[in-house]
Design a protein around this ligand. Structure first.
Ligand code: NDP
Length: 248
């Protein structure tokens, strides 16, 4: 039986690479996007070419009603969900905390952490054995910033990712008895569009080599770890936070 996977922010970057790897395995994939419908359609078409069924749905993960409707559409299309990847995330232009306004911080926290909590809640409601679910897997995308703190640039982003790590640890304990494994992946510097949205399009090229492996990572390399955490071969892994960071 092919697995069915829901990925938030699957239109671009790490989410897109994960969707494609799932599709190569013949899995059904539901991906969300927020503003870039053309990129989501491209990912959907590429997934279908790769051998998996794929549907797309617009969803702002900062909005509970959008998330509920994303789950409804995915379940209507595929009937069940085996795994959910909490991937959608944003960063804001680099600045010190002293210069940040509350509107910026709310946007970061609403998207990166409140959204992840609501997505995890909806996944748990569907998968929990005590609610007649069949168990499943949740993978939360954190960041090395959770460990490093994002000083002078993104302490808000780093804090939101630290909360993702806490969510992963707590939920692994809470949901293990429900047959749900919960793990996290902490990417290092990965070549995606996110750096341009942080106001530093060359950030990956500048900082990437500053790690023991001496280079920037690719979205595909992160996707390999995410997909492994959804595969049966990781069946005894829960509460793990895997650094995919070139040793950074
Ligand atoms: P990208 O900017 O390449 O892609 C972001 C994705 O998230 C897009 O699909 C985008 O949709 C979607 N998205 C953005 N805002 C929202 C929202 N409010 N609601 C729903 N979807 C949204 O980012 P990456 O692939 O680089 O990042 C993916 C994850 O990896 C993030 O959680 C990020 O924090 C994390 N990460 C990335 C690192 C890196 O170096 N790239 C390092 C560490 C962590 P749309 O296309 O419609 O805009």
């Amino acid at each position: 039986m092919p697995k069915t996977v829901l990925i938030t922010g699957g239109s671009r970057g790490i989410g897109r690479a994960t969707a494609l790897l799932c599709a190569e395995r013949g899995w059904n994939v539901a991906i969300s996007y927020v503003g870039n419908k053309a990129a989501a359609e491209q990912t959907r078409n590429d997934c279908r070419k790769a051998g998996g069924e794929c549907i797309i749905k617009r969803c702002d993960v900062a909005r509970e009603e959008d998330i509920i409707s994303l789950f409804t559409v995915a379940l209507d299309a595929f009937g069940t969900l085996d795994a959910v990847v909490n991937n959608a995330g944003i960063v804001a232009p680099a600045m010190k905390l002293m210069d940040m306004d509350v509107e910026r911080m709310e946007r970061i926290f609403d998207t990166n952490i409140l959204g992840a909590y609501i997505v995890a809640r909806e996944a748990a409601r569907h998968m929990a054995r005590s609610r007649d679910g069949k168990g499943g897997v949740i993978v939360n995308i954190s960041s090395m910033a959770a460990k490093l703190g994002g000083p002078n640039e993104y302490v808000d982003y780093a804090g939101s990712k630290g909360a993702i790590d806490s969510l992963t640890i707590g939920l692994a304990k809470e949901l293990g008895p429900e047959g749900i494994r919960v793990n996290g992946v902490r990417p290092g510097i990965i070549e995606t569009d996110i750096h341009a949205s942080g106001g530093r399009p060359n950030r990956a090229a500048e900082l990437g080599p500053n790690c023991p492996l001496g280079r920037t990572g690719t979205a595909e390399e992160v996707a390999e770890s995410i997909v492994w955490l959804m595969e049966d071969s990781s069946s005894f892994v829960t509460g793990a936070l895997i650094d995919v960071s070139g040793g950074r």
